[in-house]
Design a protein. Structure first.
Ligand code: NAD
Ligand code: TYD
Length: 354
């Protein structure tokens, strides 16, 4: 069925991959990308689509209610896929205000716009709120997050995402807004901004810089290739039950140190070692731990499998190899996003470790 989809935050990591997927696979869908272009949003990543007949880019803020009114009316939006957020835990620790503004107030403003413009419009409208497994807090050595796990966010980022999930759910229960929520584990793949673990290690490793590992490197994340996440979102949009939430994950738990060591080995193999007999593993540097660092995340994605028939297609070995290939082939992209503001942030976090 044809749709007119408002994608918020479409210039960020997952949004860029999602828009590429939609325009390749849904020829009768129109895509309107609303993005504020913060440090994390990069228009270059969608340059290949700029003249695509089914694609429109609008620079703007999800907190701007008159702009949202205009977009809903002029573009006749019937579907929202809401990615726009401040998304980096470390930034939320040093500057939480933006997270409250965009993630909480911005989501509220978007929900209000959908409620206003979809009133009486019937069943075909959908508001898919993209969220994270981090709302569930931190696991011990065993167990998994299910859709029934109680929320227990522990960073300003995850608390702001939990608030937005609660608002989205409240708009379903109170106003009957056709809301769907997804809670996904850590994504990796092309176009991820190089302040998150995997692209940061690839970028530093390529340039022979230190590879900062927080604490003892034993924190565990459940990694999912971004394309699998995007396909899961389409599946939920098309087949998910209104008012439900769906956990998405890769059943792919790794400690941070395992991930960093694997990336070092892949870089050595593909780009050559740093010097004769000098592996990039020698760049690994244990640094002060993140405040309130969640120890382990792991998703039980059986609802996605049993109800919607979704399973990840890309193994970690395949996905990480594709990711390394992409970063090696797209060093101009990395250069274009690691401009002054990124460098300033980087200095603040890590000091001069080059
Ligand atoms: P990202 O930080 O790479 O991109 C965020 C995008 O949102 C950027 O393009 C930015 O310019 C835009 N944006 C920020 N504030 C805005 C505003 N006020 N108005 C309009 N646009 C704004 O994030 P990402 O990694 O692509 O994550 C996308 C979504 O998925 C987020 O909601 C995040 O919480 C969620 N999520 C991410 C992961 C992950 O591993 N990256 C995992 C699970 C869920
Ligand atoms: P990150 O990519 O920031 O994602 P999240 O915090 O949302 O899981 O970090 C992934 C893990 O890697 C997390 O446990 C923190 C750790 N980490 C490091 O050890 N060093 C780093 O430089 C970064 C950015 C993260």
């Amino acid at each position: 069925m044809a749709k007119t989809v408002l994608v918020t935050g479409g210039c960020g990591f997952i949004g860029v991959n999602f828009i590429h997927l939609l325009l390749a696979e849904k020829p009768d869908w129109q895509v309107i990308n609303l993005d504020k272009l913060t440090y994390a949003g990069n228009l270059h990543s969608l340059a290949d689509l700029s003249s695509h007949p089914n694609y429109t880019f609008i620079k703007g803020d999800i907190c701007d209610s008159p702009l949202l009114d205009q977009i809903f009316i002029e573009q006749q939006i019937d579907t929202v896929v809401h990615f726009a957020a401040e998304s980096h835990v470390d930034r939320s620790i040093t500057g939480p205000a933006e997270f409250i503004q965009t993630n909480v107030f911005g989501t509220f403003t978007l929900l209000e716009a959908a409620k206003k413009h979809w009133s009486g419009q019937g069943e075909h409208c959908r508001f898919l709120h993209v969220s994270t497994d981090e709302v569930f807090g931190s696991l011990g050595q065993t167990g998994f997050f299910t859709e029934e796990t109680a929320y227990d966010p522990r960073s300003p980022y995850s608390a702001s995402k939990a608030s937005s999930d609660h608002l989205a759910r409240a708009y379903f229960h109170t106003y009957g807004l056709p809301v769907l929520i997804t809670n996904c584990s850590n994504n990796y793949g092309p176009y991820q901004f190089p302040e998150k673990l995997i692209p940061l290690v690839l970028n530093n490793g390529l340039h022979g810089k230190e590879l900062p590992v927080y604490g003892d490197g034993g924190n565990v994340r459940d990694w999912l290739y971004v394309q699998d996440h995007c396909e899961a979102i389409v599946r939920v949009l098309e087949q998910g039950r209104i008012g439900q939430s769906y956990n998405i994950g890769g059943h792919n738990e790794k400690t941070n140190l395992q991930v960093v060591e694997l990336l070092c080995d892949l870089l050595d193999a593909q780009a050559g070692p740093l010097a004769a007999n000098k592996s990039r593993r020698s760049l690994i540097t244990f640094v002060k731990d993140r405040l309130g660092h969640d120890r382990r995340y792991a998703i039980d994605a059986s609802k996605m499998a049993n109800e919607l028939g979704w399973l990840p297609k890309v193994t970690f070995a395949q996905g990480i190899a594709k990711t390394v290939d992409w970063y090696l082939a797209n060093q101009a992209w990395i250069a274009s996003v690691t401009d002054g503001s990124y460098q300033h942030y980087y200095q603040k976090m890590y000091g001069d470790r080059s």
